[in-house]
Design a binder for this molecule. Sequence first.
Ligand code: ATP
Length: 291
Amino acid sequence: MENILEVNNINKSFGTHTVLEDVSFKINPGEIIGLVGRNGSGKTTLMKCILGLISIDAGEILFNDSSEYYKNKDLMDQIGYLLDCKLFENLSAYENIKIQEWYKGKRYKKEKEKAIIEDILNLVDLKNDNKKVKAYSFGMKQRLGLALALLGNTRLLILDEPFVGLDPVGIQIIRNFIIKMSKERNMAILISSHQLSEIEGICERYLFISDKRIKAYAYDERRKVIIYTKTQIPEEIKSIIQEKNVTNRVISFWFEEKVFNDVIKCLVTHNVIIKDIKLSKMSLDKLFKEE
Ligand SMILES: Nc1ncnc2c1ncn2[C@@H]1O[C@H](COP(=O)(O)OP(=O)(O)OP(=O)(O)O)[C@@H](O)[C@H]1O
């Protein structure tokens, strides 16, 4: 698959303080990538480098195969972002979007403009009413920020800590929105968070920033099965799973359909009474804490 964004060996320092060192990764269209790191690890700095808001000291960043993308209006129009979102508090959501469209040099006939703006407001679950933004809740403002990031022909969406300050319902709304954008519009999405739990489960891959560098992890969907029994486990089970994973009354193994079925069949054949079955996923949080 062709990459939409390629970050190759970049370095970034502020004076003598090096924040990013030899950072490289790629993002494919439609992929959701989580950028995780502790406070001050360099997530926002990396996003600002990608957006061309600050310069890099070494390496290169390619968007759509171009290293000069940040000078090209059409290419920049394909990158949406939510980062330090500034809203006009005394205007409505509709007017905020309209101003941004104008700022981007987009003028439409009145009817078309209305249809476009209402469409975007719908996407983020906001109404076209006259309510001023200053009367919005934090979550509504965050959703309006997302709407602004979607103006233009967005193919890469960069979201810096989009969940900060939201309640669990607000977090769920934005998580659903991210999944929808990636699926329906094939948008590549880079989301930063210092709370892994907020983005766990929606990302295909995770980039951990730690000590100026990036480590990439694919989400491990393997599930571990643990079966607890009330009665003795037969020796035959060791022909299905490794001996070290069998004790008197506990069996554990990585879930695979065939292995799982063979184990259950063996237990039933030997009239073993099952007390409990647990399925557990590898915890990314554990991985994060080990960084
Ligand atoms: N303009 C700047 N001038 C000097 N230092 C800066 C500047 N911007 C960021 N830094 C420093 O770079 C480091 C990384 O900051 P950055 O904001 O990228 O971290 P972050 O991972 O986004 O943190 P947080 O999770 O707290 O938002 C910090 O030590 C910060 O003080």
